[in-house]
Design a protein around this ligand. Structure first.
Ligand code: SAM
Length: 239
């Protein structure tokens, strides 16, 4: 059943224009079509009662647990083109709560100040569509582009930076994940195609980030992000 993030006002369902278009023109919904509406982290059944004008009647509340028990922040270095889209999409499917974009010494992609709004609007559209597809109750947010020294502003109880020169074993990463406590926020930092400089890793370490390895091979930036989030979400949802 198609899911939309909308607003509920006095039992009336209000959808954004893009979603109205998707429901009526792409899905070609008919009267009687059942859909799911998420508002403020709560999921409801809903039914299309009329199309002109569009009237969607609210149904029963659905109890579901599709969010990770902990707040997980992926700090992802800017990578080229559709690899960035892939990181946003898969991070959503793997339960990340927030994606913070990171510009480092070796990031090839730069986001100019004037392009920021358009870029972030596109990134958040990807997050919304991925959250609808994987039936999340919350859309991860992405509104920050930081540099390495601003890692100090990331509020997290468990701070990890994946460093390719730590490759050889994932023991340090596994140990850090297995020590995650209830209600702790986790931040995992992933470098760009060109990797981190030694100075960047040392700075992150001085800011309280634990340097971890993600196994014996050098992973692409997007693979490293998926691997790290998969291990974290697998552990958090193990019960
Ligand atoms: N240019 C680097 C090199 O060839 O050594 C590779 C960088 S890798 C493509 C991108 C990012 O993924 C790294 O900066 C790191 O954050 C993460 N990564 C990839 N493989 C890793 C590993 N085995 N251990 C820890 N981090 C890894």
């Amino acid at each position: 059943m198609q899911r939309y993030f909308g607003r509920i006002c006095e039992k009336q369902v209000i959808l954004e224009n893009d979603d109205v278009f998707h429901l009526t023109k792409v899905m070609r919904a008919r009267v009687g079509e059942k859909i799911e509406i998420v508002d403020n982290g709560e999921v409801y059944q809903a039914e299309v009662k009329s199309l002109k004008p569009l009237h969607i009647a609210l149904g029963k509340h659905i109890n579901e647990k599709s969010e990770l028990p902990n707040h997980v922040i992926l700090v992802a270095s800017l990578v080229k083109g559709d690899h960035m889209d892939l990181i946003l999409q898969k991070a959503t499917e793997l339960g990340a709560s927030e994606i913070v974009l990171l510009s480092t010494e070796r990031t090839v992609v730069k986001i100019k100040k004037d392009d920021k709004d358009v870029k972030f609007a596109r990134f958040n559209k990807i997050l919304k569509e991925a959250a609808e597809q994987c039936k999340r109750k919350k859309i991860p947010y992405c509104y920050r582009l930081i540099n390495i020294s601003q890692l100090k502003d990331i509020k997290a109880d468990v701070k990890l930076i994946a460093y390719e020169d730590e490759k050889g074993s994932s023991a340090s990463f596994n140990k850090a994940v297995q020590n995650i406590k209830e209600n702790q926020t986790i931040a995992i930092v992933i470098g760009p195609e060109g990797g981190f400089t030694q100075d960047e890793v040392e700075l992150a370490f001085s800011l309280g980030y634990k340097v971890v390895g993600l196994g014996r091979r050098i992973l692409r930036a997007e693979t490293a992000a998926f691997y790290a989030l998969s291990v974290i979400s697998n552990f958090l949802e193990r019960k």
